[in-house]
Design a protein around this ligand. Structure first.
Ligand SMILES: Cc1ncc(COP(=O)(O)O)c(C=O)c1O
Length: 336
């Protein structure tokens, strides 16, 4: 099958292999290679009934030099361990995580999109309770699986500012809940607000803090940042996912000589930012041009074109990911 790399959607495309292993009696088994897209799962698995499930998302890029580079997998491994602690899953050791993602990439090397196509190989590690329980308790068995799929840019329009909707009708996660973990339930809770935003013509939802509805939390499946006075500002909140892209942009901003602040960001502060954006693995940065509050109908307007600092951050991060710039922060692993 011929793949049209330039027009790849951000969706699932079958590749040749995936890798999987079970944790039984507290021990991980050997990694198995599978060519099946299906898993045989017990109907009473805790992952199905009680949402005892976590996943990750990271990317690999083809460089000009023909080398495949994975971006910051160590951070995804750590975050999956944090998710595992948060919902009582068996933890995947970093070495096993690394072995699984590298194997999945190598086995599917023909699916790594070519340099310059704007597409990349999305890597999806998945971990869930696969053992049978009827009472609410952690599983005695876990499945860890990694599949990969080539994806195009998240936004078809490319690096262009998009609109976000503040929904006051819905919360994604509670302050002492599971928002800081990458677990399926958080995404289930975001489906209706996301659909509402899409139906009204917005790219996605901007969630406010669930308790007071005073502070900015995050942007659908991405973190929020704002820029003013040579400062990169991003919310500190117990209910948002610690984004690896955001963590990287903070480092880049510092390397540009900017100040950085991670703190509560009151909604009113939106009016004071020169540039705002959403950041995550899918798009790196989605600049924001308009934010609308669905109750007051208040509008916050930003530029119709990406701002200079967002553009500089976006380009720098992308160039590190593809190997166009030296990996000065040690963020890239070359798949040998
Ligand atoms: C809820 C949520 N916030 C933020 C992010 C961005 O995180 P990262 O930069 O690690 O992709 C993601 C995507 O993983 C997400 O699902």
């Amino acid at each position: 099958m011929e793949i049209n790399w330039e027009n790849l959607p951000f969706s699932y495309l079958k590749t040749d292999y995936n890798v999987r292993t079970y944790n039984r009696n507290g021990k991980w088994g050997e990694l198995e290679i599978s060519s099946s897209e299906y898993i045989n799962i017990h109907m009473a698995a805790t992952g199905l009934h009680y949402g005892q499930e976590s996943f990750e998302g990271l990317k690999a890029f083809m460089g000009k030099d023909g080398k495949v580079r994975v971006f910051r997998w160590e951070e995804n491994a750590k975050r999956m361990q944090s998710s595992a602690q948060g919902i009582k899953l068996a933890e995947v050791p970093a070495e096993l995580f690394k072995e699984a993602i590298l194997k999945a990439i190598k086995l599917n090397k023909r699916f790594v999109p070519p340099y310059g196509s704007g597409a990349s190989l999305y890597i999806r590690p998945l971990l869930f309770g696969s053992g049978a329980e009827v009472g609410v308790k952690p599983s005695s068995e876990y499945l860890f699986l990694v599949f990969v799929t080539p994806v195009g840019p998240y936004f078809k329009e490319g690096f262009k500012p998009v609109d976000f909707l503040i929904t006051r009708e819905f919360d994604r996660a509670a302050p002492l809940g599971t928002g800081k973990y990458k677990v399926g339930g958080n995404y289930a809770a975001s489906l209706i607000p996301m659909e509402k935003a899409h139906n009204l013509g917005f790219a996605n939802v901007l969630f406010l803090d669930a308790k007071e509805k005073k502070y900015i939390d995050e942007c659908g499946p991405a973190n929020f940042f704002g820029i003013k006075n040579n400062t990169y500002i991003t919310p500190q909140s117990s209910s948002i996912l610690p984004s690896i892209t955001n963590m990287s942009l903070i480092k880049l901003a510092e390397s540009f000589g900017m100040k950085t602040e991670r703190r509560a960001v009151p909604l009113e502060e939106l009016e004071t930012f020169d540039e705002v954006g959403a950041c995550g693995t899918a798009a790196v940065i989605s600049p924001i041009k308009r934010i609308v509050d669905d109750v007051s109908n208040k509008e916050y307007l930003f530029g119709n074109e990406p701002g200079p600092i967002s553009t500089k951050l976006y380009q720098k991060l992308q160039r590190i990911q593809t190997g166009d710039e030296p990996d000065e922060f040690g963020w890239v692993t070359i798949v040998e």
